[in-house]
Design a binder for this molecule. Structure first.
Ligand code: SF4
Length: 222
C-alpha cells in the first residue's frame, strides 16, 4: 500500500488498523489465569521468558499453597524457587515475587497499588508488568503493554521506529486513543501468536494486509 503522507491520512490508517483488529480479535484479553490483581502480578512476573500455558499450569497449585500476599511474604525465595522451577529463571523470579509480596504487605496494606508510580516501586514490576496489572486487573489505562509481539508488530505496521520498549510505548500512546490502550495490547499479542509470527508471518490470512507495508511481508493483498 501507499504510505500515508498527511497527518489526516496517518490518523485514518490507525483508525482502520484498530477497527480491523477489533473485528479480528473482539474478545482479546489476558491469557494468564488469575482471580485478583495480586495473582495477576505473580503470574506476570512468572511469564517472563515462559509461555502463558506453562504459567497457567503452575499458578493454581501455587495460589492454593500461598493464598495471600502475606503467605508469599513469609516464604524464603529459596523455598519458593522450588515451587516455580518449571517456569525458568526461578531464582530471580522467586526473589522478585517474595520482594513484591513484602512491599505489597509492608507498604500497601496487602493490596496491589493502582498507580504506575507506586507499581514501579515493587520488585519485579517494570512498566510492562505494571501496565498488564493496572490494565487487566483494574481497567486502568496507564500505558500500553510492550512485549515482544507488540515490539515486532508495531515495527511491521510502522507505528514506531524505536526498538527500546519504553520509547515504543511512548510512540504508541501518542497515536492510539487512550480508550484502546488496554485492548490494543491484547489484540496485538493475539495477532503475534496467530498470524504475525516472528518468522514467516501469515500475511495471506491477515486482514491488516492492505494497511501493512512491512519489509518482511510474505504476501501482498491489495
Ligand atoms: S500483513 Fe503480514 S506482516 Fe503485516 S501485520 Fe499482517 S501478518 Fe503481520
Amino acid at each position: 500500500m501507499k504510505r500515508p503522507k498527511t497527518a489526516a491520512e496517518r490518523k485514518e490508517r490507525i483508525a482502520q488498523i484498530l477497527e480491523r483488529l477489533e473485528a479480528m480479535y473482539p474478545d482479546a484479553t489476558c491469557a494468564l489465569l488469575h482471580h485478583s490483581p495480586w495473582e495477576l502480578l505473580v503470574a506476570t512476573i512468572l511469564s517472563a521468558q515462559c509461555t502463558d500455558k506453562r504459567v497457567n499450569e503452575v499458578t493454581p497449585g501455587l495460589f492454593a499453597k500461598y493464598p495471600t500476599p502475606t503467605d508469599f511474604a513469609a516464604v524464603s525465595p529459596e523455598v519458593l524457587a522450588n515451587d516455580i522451577r518449571s517456569t525458568g529463571f526461578f531464582n530471580n523470579k522467586a526473589k522478585s515475587i517474595v520482594g513484591a509480596a513484602r512491599r505489597v504487605v509492608g507498604d500497601f496494606g496487602g493490596k496491589v497499588p493502582r498507580t504506575m508510580d507506586e507499581m514501579l516501586t515493587i520488585p519485579g514490576a517494570a512498566r510492562k508488568t505494571a501496565n498488564v496489572v493496572l490494565g487487566t486487573a483494574y481497567g486502568i489505562a496507564s500505558g500500553i503493554v510492550v512485549d515482544t509481539h507488540v515490539q515486532r508488530i508495531s515495527a511491521r505496521l510502522d507505528l514506531t521506529k524505536q526498538i527500546d520498549p519504553v520509547k515504543i510505548e511512548s510512540d504508541l500512546v501518542k497515536i492510539i486513543p487512550q480508550d484502546r490502550w488496554i485492548k490494543f495490547s491484547h489484540q496485538i499479542i493475539l495477532h503475534g501468536r496467530a498470524l504475525c509470527v516472528a518468522r514467516t508471518p501469515k500475511c495471506r490470512e491477515c486482514d491488516l494486509n492492505s494497511l501493512c507495508y512491512a519489509k518482511d511481508k510474505t504476501a501482498i493483498i491489495p
